[in-house]
Design a protein around this ligand. Structure first.
Ligand code: SAM
Length: 436
């Protein structure tokens, strides 16, 4: 496997080849590399007269492809050393029954992030749109499919779950059917932190559900995501949708707990001090200890800052970035004023008297590991968006249902006795029994 080129491991390519269409006379890999992805597909289709097109912008990759596969029976592709996005714009290019691809993706490479301007099909016309390179590959590939062609793709999280690319998921649904999305095991691609997915798309088809698979390649868990007409298509990853179902179960079974959406009970604001942080009056991700956010040492406020940015006693801070950030939530416990880093959210209760109800509910809910995929998103570096935080449902009636634990939690916090967390744990444990 060529690690530098992020080539697809054989087991993954074999899995994707299982979705080969029944009919296929024209096949394309627009970012072929050394051919690891397309080779098992060609073998599976087994047609003498199949026309195979292989494109790669890297001349060395095309050479590797020729060296690796050209002598194989049934595999004498047309090799094109070109930028696929340019090639796809040519007037006279063929259309394909099947396109298989593991395209380059932007991730942290800002150069690839926004620079692609790609036309998208609006039915009777086309519109130009700026998008990351992986989205441009998807749009162009769909364009090049025959009216009932199939796309088999290895794709990063951006296409499957990002808010900024929500439009592309809806776009795909307008033009066809997303049959399945299969999460690949973590670390499938060496040196790639992002989770990767296999996606099967049939152009021109209609659908009522998408089958989602978890990260087991051979015996995955699966669930059906029902499509509701007119509703935006949110995230397509198994982890998120499974957790959403668990949360719904809990809410239905403990309806009396007065569940409320976080966005309805607090204002959510991102801190406004840009990292890296050098000032000593700023609360940053390293300032979380024993469930509290605090300044570790006495300090002086540096420079000028606006009072409006100052923190209140009833503000709750939630870390916004980093692995496991969903559990780094708590109140600010130092007495001195501070500013907030942009790696944090400030949750400010709309009614100050609800402060302890909200804090307790957050401490209870973040005990559940299944909450993580509901809150965190990411392509390697995890983050929480304002929307995913705001969409979280909290049980605001815990003080009535668990008065002893709630009162002990509040007292423990006021006395800074350090053992208040166990009261949140005991409530979480009790709630978990309704899910068993
Ligand atoms: C992730 S690798 C995939 C290689 C192979 N298809 C596989 O799955 O093992 C992506 C390939 O895309 C090629 N590539 C990057 N940008 C491209 C572009 N604009 N047009 C065509 N190929 C491109 C790279 O040279 C690289 O070989």
């Amino acid at each position: 496997m060529n690690v530098r080129r992020f080539e697809t491991p054989a087991a993954v390519a074999k899995k994707l080849a299982e979705y080969a269409p029944r009919k296929c006379s024209n096949l394309l890999d627009p970012s072929v590399g050394g051919g690891a992805l397309i080779a098992p597909l060609v073998k599976r289709i087994q047609r003498e007269d199949i026309a195979v097109y292989c494109i790669d912008v890297d001349a060395e990759a095309i050479l590797d492809l020729k060296n690796n596969f050209i002598r194989e029976k049934n595999f004498s592709p047309k090799c094109i050393n070109e930028d696929f996005l340019r090639w796809a714009n040519l007037r006279r290019r063929p259309r394909f029954d099947c396109i298989v691809m593991n395209p380059p993706f932007a991730a942290a490479q800002t150069s690839l992030r926004r620079e692609q301007i790609c036309e998208i099909n609006l039915g009777s016309s086309y519109a130009s749109k700026a998008m990351p390179v992986e989205a441009a590959f998807v749009c162009r590939a769909i364009d090049l499919l025959t009216d009932d062609g199939r796309l088999l793709a290895v794709l990063p999280t951006s296409i499957v779950m990002s808010e900024s690319l929500e439009w592309i998921r809806s776009y795909m649904l307008e033009l066809g059917a997303i049959r399945s999305v299969h999460e690949l095991p973590a670390g499938t691609f060496p040196n790639v932190e992002s989770r990767m997915y296999l996606l099967v798309f049939d152009k021109g088809a209609k659908q009522r559900k998408i089958t989602l698979f978890n990260h087991d390649l051979n015996e995955p868990h699966k669930m059906d995501l029902m499509i509701k007409p007119g509703e935006l298509l949110g995230r397509l990853d198994y982890g998120y949708n499974h957790s959403k179902k668990v949360a719904e179960q809990l809410i239905n079974r403990r309806e009396a707990l007065n569940w409320q959406k976080l966005a309805d009970i607090v204002s959510i604001k991102r801190g406004n001090v840009k990292s890296p942080i050098t000032a000593s009056d700023v609360i940053h991700t390293c300032d979380f200890e024993h469930g509290y956010w605090r300044r570790p040492r006495p300090y002086r406020l540096e420079g000028s800052w606006k009072r409006i940015d100052s923190i209140r006693k009833t503000d709750i801070l939630l870390q916004r970035v980093g692995r496991g950030c969903y559990q780094r939530v708590g109140r600010y416990a130092s007495s001195s004023q501070a500013r907030i880093s942009d790696c944090m959210f400030v949750l400010r209760p709309k009614k100050q008297e609800s402060f302890y109800e909200i804090l307790f509910a957050l401490k209870v809910m973040t005990r559940f590991r299944w909450l993580k995929p509901l809150l965190e998103r990411g392509t390697g570096a995890n983050y929480i968006s304002i929307r995913s935080a705001g969409d979280l449902f909290l049980p605001m009636g815990l003080s009535k249902s668990y008065p002893a634990a709630f009162d002990a939690f509040v007292l423990g916090d006021k006395q800074r006795s350090g053992n208040w967390q166990k009261f949140a744990n005991s409530v979480a444990k009790d709630l978990a029994t309704v899910l068993a």
